[in-house]
Design a protein around this ligand. Structure first.
Ligand code: SAH
Ligand code: SF4
Ligand code: F3S
Length: 480
C-alpha cells in the first residue's frame, strides 16, 4: 500500500513543482473555422506539446495553446497525428537539458515517417541556446523564447515555407496579460495563474534571469479576471506563480503581493489560494498577516533556503544570512502557527566545505521542513558562478552530501506527518487513486497529500478527513 501512496505523493509533488513531462489532449478545443495553413485548409492542424521544467512552463504552455488555438490549431495527445510538435523546455540543470536533447533526437526521427512534421523548441532552452538549435544541432525547425509566444503562428508559417523561424527576443513588458490560457490540467480542480515573469535576483548559480529576462508584474485586473473565469468553470484552487512572488509590484506598490493575495482570496471564500515561490529576503510580515487572516489562503510556504551556511549563501548571492532566514522562519511560526514550510537545497556548491554542508543539515533540523526539493549543484554557462567561481566539489562528494540531506529530509517529513496522525483536515479532492477506484486523494491547506476511502465523495469536493496513519510521503485518513 505504501508504494501506491508514495507514488501518488511523488506524482503530486512533481506536478506541484518539478520537472515533469505533461502531454495534453485538447482535441476538444479544435476550432475548424480558422484556416491557418493552406495545407490544412480542409481541416485543421494538430499540435502536440510536451512541457518540462517548473510550473511557469506549465502555465506558459497553456498560453501557447491559447495563441495557437486562435490560429487554427487543435491539440492532440496523439503524437502520431501531430503536424507540429512543441517542446517547452528547462535549462535549470545540465541533466534537464540532456533529457530534452534525447527527446528532440527522438522527435527528429519521427520526421522520416511524417514528412510535413514541424518541430519547435520553446521556453528556457530555446532562449539559452538560440540559433545553435537550428544551425549546429539541426534538431528543430522553430525556436521561440518565453517572451515571443505571440509570434508563434507567424513562425510556424515561416518554417512551413522552409525559412528559419526564430524569435528569442526578451521583453521588459510582456506578461501575456489579457490572454486567457487554455487549461491543460486533467482534473479541473486546481490551476496555475502567472502573476509575474522573469527574475532580477541574479543568484550566482542560476540560469533563470538569462532565460526569462527582467522581472515584471502582470496587471492585477487581468489576474483577477483569470481567477474569476476559473471559478466560473468550477475550479477550486489557484496557485499564483512567479520566481519571487514577494516582489510582485503593480504601479509603484499600488498593488503589492499582500494586496494581490488579499484581492484573490476575497473573490470567493470557497476558492483556495496558493502561491509560489517566496523569497526569504523579500517576504514581508504584511504577507504573513494576510495569509493568517484569510481561511482560504493556504497555510503553506515554499521558502527555498539553498544552503545553511552564510558564507555559501553569500557566494550564491542570495542576499540573506543563515540568521536572517531563521528569523523569517520564526516570523512564519509566530504569525501563522499551523503553517507548513518547504525548501529547496543545492549541495556541493563551489568551495562548500564539509562543515558548511553540516550547517545545511543543522538548518534543516532547526526548521523541521515538512518537505524539500534537493539538487546537486550543476554549473550553468554564463552565470556568475560559472565565470567567477570554481565548480570544485567532486561529483562523488556532491552525491554523498545530497544523499545525506535526502535521508534527513525523509526523517523530518516522517516526523511532521506523524504529528498529524489523529488530526482532522479539510481536504480538496484532486483525483482517484491510481491503484484503487475506492480511494481518493487530495491535499490539505498545508499542501500535504492525504489518501482516504472514497465513499460518496467526488473530485473537486471539500472533505473533512481524519488522519489515521502515515508514511514519510503521505497521510492516510478516513472521511468523517
Ligand atoms: N525562484 C526560485 C527557484 C527557481 S529554480 C527561488 O529562488 O527560490 C528551482 C530550484 O532549482 C532552485 O531553488 C534551486 O534549488 C535549484 N537550482 C537552480 N539552479 C541550479 C543549479 N545551477 N544547480 C542545481 N540546482 C539549481
Ligand atoms: Fe534563480 Fe535566484 Fe531568480 Fe530563483 S530568485 S529564479 S534561484 S535567480
Ligand atoms: Fe526551468 Fe526555466 Fe523554470 S530554466 S525551472 S523552466 S524558469
Amino acid at each position: 500500500m505504501s508504494f501506491i501512496l508514495l507514488d501518488i505523493h511523488l506524482l503530486l509533488q512533481k506536478i506541484l513543482y518539478q520537472f515533469i513531462m505533461i502531454t495534453v489532449d485538447l482535441t476538444k478545443i479544435n476550432d475548424p473555422k480558422v484556416n491557418f495553413k493552406k495545407k490544412y485548409a480542409e481541416g485543421h492542424s494538430n499540435v502536440y506539446i510536451e512541457t518540462y521544467g517548473c510550473q511557469m512552463n506549465v502555465a506558459d504552455s497553456e498560453v501557447v495553446v491559447s495563441i495557437l488555438n486562435k490560429n487554427g490549431f487543435a491539440y492532440t495527445e496523439d503524437i502520431d497525428v501531430a503536424d507540429l510538435i512543441l517542446v517547452n523546455t528547462c535549462s535549470i540543470r545540465e541533466n534537464a537539458e540532456k533529457r530534452i536533447f534525447n527527446r528532440l533526437q527522438h522527435f527528429k526521427g519521427l520526421k522520416k515517417k511524417n514528412k510535413g512534421l514541424l518541430i519547435g523548441i520553446i521556453g528556457c532552452m530555446a532562449e539559452r541556446l538560440k540559433e545553435q538549435l537550428l544551425e549546429q544541432e539541426k534538431l528543430v525547425d522553430i525556436v521561440v523564447g518565453p517572451d515571443a509566444y505571440r509570434d508563434l503562428p507567424k513562425l510556424v508559417q515561416q518554417a512551413e515555407g522552409g525559412q528559419q523561424a526564430i524569435n528569442v527576443l526578451l521583453s521588459r513588458e510582456e506578461t501575456y496579460a489579457e490572454i486567457s490560457p487554455v487549461r491543460l490540467d486533467k482534473n479541473g480542480v486546481s490551476s496555475f495563474v502567472s502573476i509575474m515573469r522573469g527574475c532580477d535576483n541574479m543568484c550566482s548559480y542560476c540560469v533563470v534571469p538569462f532565460t526569462r529576462g527582467r522581472e515584471r508584474s502582470r496587471d492585477p485586473e487581468t489576474i483577477l479576471n483569470e481567477v474569476r473565469e476559473l471559478i466560473e468553470k468550477g475550479y477550486k484552487e489557484v496557485t499564483l506563480l512567479g520566481q519571487n512572488v514577494d516582489k510582485y509590484n503593480w504601479k509603484n506598490a499600488e498593488v503589492n503581493f499582500a494586496k494581490l493575495l488579499e484581492m484573490t482570496a476575497q473573490l470567493n471564500s470557497k476558492l483556495r489560494v496558493r502561491f509560489s515561490t517566496s523569497y526569504p529576503q523579500d517576504m514581508t510580515d504584511e504577507v504573513l498577516h494576510t495569509i493568517a487572516k484569510y481561511n482560504n489562503i493556504c497555510k503553506y510556504i515554499h521558502l527555498p533556503v539553498q544552503s545553511g551556511s552564510t558564507r555559501v549563501l553569500d557566494l550564491m548571492k542570495r542576499g540573506y544570512t543563515r540568521e536572517w532566514y531563521l528569523s523569517r522562519i520564526d516570523a512564519i511560526k509566530k504569525i501563522i502557527p499551523n503553517c507548513a514550510i518547504s525548501s529547496d537545497f543545492i549541495t556541493g556548491f563551489c568551495s562548500e566545505t564539509e562543515e558548511e554542508h553540516k550547517e545545511t543539515l543543522s538548518i534543516m533540523e532547526k526548521v523541521g521542513f515538512d518537505y524539500s526539493y534537493m539538487f546537486k549543484y550543476s554549473e550553468r554557462p554564463n552565470t556568475f558562478a560559472e565565470k567567477n567561481l570554481e565548480d570544485d566539489v567532486p561529483e562523488k562528494v556532491k552525491g554523498r552530501r545530497l544523499d545525506e540531506i535526502i535521508q534527513l529530509q525523509g526523517k523530518l517529513s516522517l516526523k511532521s506527518n506523524k504529528n498529524d496522525v489523529g488530526k482532522t483536515f479539510k481536504v480538496l479532492v484532486e483525483g482517484v487513486s491510481k491503484k484503487s477506484e475506492e480511494r481518493l486523494f487530495g491535499r490539505n491547506s498545508q499542501n500535504k497529500v492525504i489518501v482516504f476511502d472514497r465513499k460518496d465523495n467526488q473530485i473537486g469536493d471539500y472533505v473533512m478527513v481524519k488522519v489515521v496513519d502515515c508514511t514519510s510521503a503521505t497521510l492516510m485518513g478516513e472521511a468523517i
